[in-house]
Design a protein. Structure first.
Length: 67
């Protein structure tokens, strides 16, 4: 069963295409914008991500994906 799950996860990853990434100054409320974008544009097959920069925690990495 695990083998099938791994294949499924790999296929799902291949369907996601990163369109753009930008590094910006981190703000505590940025997640609200990302959440709003994800809820609003999910039906148009867009997904948004936000992560702290591992090298500089004062920066965040914002990404846009097409699913």
């Amino acid at each position: 069963m695990l083998g099938r799950r791994r294949i499924f996860l790999r296929e799902e990853k291949e369907k996601i295409q990163r369109l753009a990434t930008v590094k910006v100054k981190y703000s505590e409320e940025m997640y609200k914008i990302v959440d709003l974008l994800n809820r609003t544009l999910k039906r148009d097959n867009y997904m948004f991500g936000l992560a702290l920069d591992k090298e500089d925690p004062t920066k965040a990495i914002f990404s846009i994906y097409k699913t």
